[in-house]
Write a protein that binds this ligand. Structure first.
Ligand SMILES: Cc1ncc(COP(=O)(O)O)c(C=O)c1O
Length: 384
């Protein structure tokens, strides 16, 4: 495979001068533009007496950010709402469900723990959580997953790409099966948005959650929720508040009348500082294009996978690039010590218990950086 030439925009990420940055699955590097954007936020706040910050810019910001996220998810403008984090985006959907007729929530053993906590917390309301396990801790058997979705299923809510192994589910097959039995399909795209192509509307998925800080190179405290607009109109979140009202500035007492658009999934005051912090990263991703980023990602991750297989290192991710996200996991013993030694060599990776070290090349990383990281791992892993 040869790399497609793309503009890596390395000069737009000051942190890249510190060493080999392979942490995009955890916290993406700060774009230089974030500083100016945050200053703009402070300026709006400071000058609120002369120019109404809400009217000038803050009120419309959720919409502007949502519209930058929408193409990354394969969704239409106006259909994505920013929320404080991905877990709350999932909680908003959980709060729409009535578990009496359809008690089942289907998830997998590769999902982020927050999601299992949330779904199990719905059990007092009648939810029955069905966890489809991964036999090897890396892959999921799609047939097994699809057959777990039945007429008693309210929702199938799974990671598009797993934070544990980088396994990527076949989202279109999942959505088709869910639709066949009348269940809602939801993808947690936190580990795929910005590095893997997502075509939520085309795939027939009902909802997608994601967040700002990983592959989208934004600051913390922004999650994203997309719901297929036809479905959205029929959902009534119990997790709600005044911003979700069809006319918040009526300040009407009594029961909520939900907004007709994605704002119906909001709660209270939007996460304004976070929204300023995410715009430069989203612009960089959209300018570069997720298609080009995904091609670059596959070149670099494949380079890691092939080197790993050649050396006989313990690969803990799929070998098939089409079934993998942007991260490669290497299951060394004592991964914390390996990650610490790599940090000394200015190669930045992280690790998770039972997973190993995690390496995530983004579009700004070069083949030379990957080779330097692999050399350092070769020296380090054998010395630990
Ligand atoms: C796949 C996945 N989902 C959800 C989360 C948690 O997101 P948040 O903290 O925004 O709720 C993470 C964080 O690492 C993640 O990797």
């Amino acid at each position: 495979m040869t790399a497609t030439p793309i503009d890596r925009r390395r000069d737009r990420f000051p942190t890249l001068g510190d060493g080999v940055y392979l942490l995009s699955h955890s916290l993406g590097p700060m774009p230089a533009g974030a500083e100016a954007s945050m200053r703009e936020y402070l300026e709006q706040w400071r000058s609120h007496t002369s120019e109404d910050a809400w009217a000038e810019s803050w009120w419309d910001l959720s919409r502007q950010v949502g519209d930058r996220v929408a193409p990354i998810l394969g969704a239409e403008p106006g259909s994505v709402i920013p929320l404080p984090n991905a877990t709350l985006a999932m909680a908003s959907i959980a709060s729409c469900l009535d578990y009496r007729d359809r008690p089942r929530v289907v998830m997998t053993g590769l999902d982020f723990p927050s999601m299992g906590y949330l779904w199990r917390a719905q059990e007092p309301l009648g939810a029955e959580v069905v966890v489809v396990p991964s036999d090897d801790g890396v892959h999921l058997d799609m047939d097994h997953l699809l057959s777990a979705i039945d007429e008693r299923t309210a929702i199938v809510a799974v990671s598009h790409v797993s934070y544990r192994s980088s396994f990527r589910v076949d989202a279109a097959a999942l959505a088709a099966r869910a639709r066949e039995v009348g269940a809602i399909s939801l993808l947690d795209a936190y580990q795929s948005a910005g590095v893997c192509p997502i075509r939520a509307a085309e795939w027939g998925v009902d909802a997608v959650i994601a967040g700002s800080i990983k592959w989208l190179c934004g600051g913390p405290a922004a999650g994203y929720l997309w719901v297929r607009p036809e479905l959205a109109r029929s959902l009534q979140p119990r997790l709600t508040g005044w911003i979700a009202h069809e006319n918040p500035f009526e300040f009407a007492p009594g029961a909520i009348r939900y907004a007709g658009d994605s704002r119906r999934f909001a709660q209270g005051t939007p996460v304004i500082p976070a929204l300023y912090s995410v715009i430069p990263g989203l612009d960089l991703i959209n300018e570069t294009g997720v298609g080009a980023i995904a091609r670059e990602s596959q070149v670099r991750t494949q380079r890691i996978v092939e080197h790993t297989l050649d050396r006989g290192w313990p690969l803990r991710s799929p070998t098939d690039a089409d079934r993998r996200g942007g991260t490669v996991m290497l299951g060394f013993d004592d991964p914390g010590a390996v990650a610490a030694r790599l940090r000394e060599a200015r190669v930045y990776v992280d690790w998770r218990p039972g997973v190993g070290i995690r390496l995530s090349p983004h579009f700004f990383n070069t083949d030379d950086e990957i080779d330097a990281a692999l050399d350092a791992i070769g020296r380090t892993a054998h010395g630990v």
